[in-house]
Design a protein around this ligand. Structure first.
Ligand SMILES: Cc1cc2nc3c(=O)[nH]c(=O)nc-3n(C[C@H](O)[C@H](O)[C@H](O)COP(=O)(O)OP(=O)(O)OC[C@H]3O[C@@H](n4cnc5c(N)ncnc54)[C@H](O)[C@@H]3O)c2cc1C
Length: 308
């Protein structure tokens, strides 16, 4: 049995097959022929290339295009190049550091460099956009610290909390759960928002933070299935895979980590309306990422969940 992994050289999206290790026992072999890889699609959320220079270019672009300044208002987006920084893969691979991002922002805020001169917020100190970018980078640090503190609890079903109150479903123990897991991983659950994200992840190695939160909440809280299956699937596919951020966020969204709002559950249907004021965006992503063989079933699921 295999799952699909990514190998991270110069480009973030070279796909390889690798044996699946660790705690995910259920593994399906995703039928690659049902999907087309849109590797040259310029509308992808993360079509970038790796390396230190391109990472630095990206930071400069974010400052000069004022995307750093507007980040707070756009960061929950799901489609496109600039709703969030897309710095995660460079950070995860060590091409750039959080400290470097901070220094670029500081120079812009203090007006100490020509970079970003004339852009809204230049020389005016920290603004809500630059503050929000720093805030997210602090989350990254925070998850590293919690990993250091709790060690192997990062991978346990009860999480950092050692929570034993939930009765989780395990696919290796019942066939119905196994089927649900297969549909979840393949992106054929019938919930358009979730399926779009799972297919985007499979095809590109990236999916937005808001979609990741919904996906994690869906597996753990709606389906009540062992959240570690999702974490391991992400581990094998994300181009920005980072041990602490991935497993820490999965725990957090499964309610066994360090989220103080314990009962929080994302409603993937409401989230569509919140995040896609224009109806049918879900269907758009789904159809963009599927072949004709898949079109019939995809448009059925899409229209059921994403449009009136
Ligand atoms: C279930 C789940 C799994 C995740 N797995 C990973 C992972 O393996 N690797 C990873 O880098 N991020 C992970 N994240 C966090 C977040 O989704 C990504 O960092 C973000 O979507 C990357 O896009 P960006 O660079 O445009 O982020 P931006 O919104 O632009 O944020 C800027 C940077 O801050 C950091 N950051 C932002 N949000 C978070 C967060 N919630 N936790 C930790 N750091 C954050 C990242 O380094 C990111 O590049 C996960 C989130 C969830 C809910």
């Amino acid at each position: 049995m295999y799952c699909i992994g990514l190998i991270l050289f110069d480009s973030f999206t070279i796909k390889i097959r690798r044996p699946c290790a660790g705690i995910c026992f259920v593994l399906l072999r995703v039928n690659e022929t049902t999907y087309t890889r849109p590797s040259t699609d310029k509308n992808l959320s993360d079509p970038f290339h790796g390396g230190e220079s391109t990472g630095n270019d990206r930071i400069r672009h974010l400052i000069t295009s004022s995307n750093m300044t507007t980040y707070k208002d756009t960061r929950n987006g799901t489609l496109g190049l600039n709703f969030s920084t897309k710095l995660s893969a460079w950070l995860a691979l060590g091409c750039i550091t959080a400290r470097q991002v901070h220094e670029y922002l500081l120079a812009f805020e203090d007006g100490k460099t020509d970079l970003g001169k004339g852009v809204h917020g230049y020389g005016k100190g920290e603004n809500k956009g630059t503050a929000a970018v720093r805030f997210e980078l602090l989350w990254r640090d925070y998850f590293r610290l919690t990993t250091r503190k709790f060690g192997p609890r990062l991978f346990r079903i009860g999480g950092f909390k050692n929570d034993t109150s939930t009765t989780w479903k395990y696919p290796q123990k019942d066939g119905e759960t196994q089927k649900k897991v297969t549909r979840f991983l393949e992106g054929t659950t019938g919930t358009g928002f979730i399926d779009a994200s799972m297919r985007e992840l499979f095809l590109t190695g990236y999916t937005s933070n808001r979609l990741r939160q919904n996906v994690a909440s869906f597996l753990a809280k709606h389906l009540g299935i062992d959240w570690r299956i999702g974490a391991e699937w992400y581990e094998s596919l994300l181009c920005d895979y980072d041990l602490s951020s991935n497993w820490g966020n999965w725990q957090y969204n499964a309610g066994v980590g360090n989220d103080p709002r314990e009962a929080r559950v994302f409603n993937p249907v409401k989230q569509v309306w919140h995040n896609f004021p224009t109806k049918g965006m879900c269907i758009l992503i789904l159809s963009r990422h599927t072949t004709t063989t898949h079109k019939e079933s995809t448009s059925r699921t899409g229209s059921k969940n994403c449009g009136p």
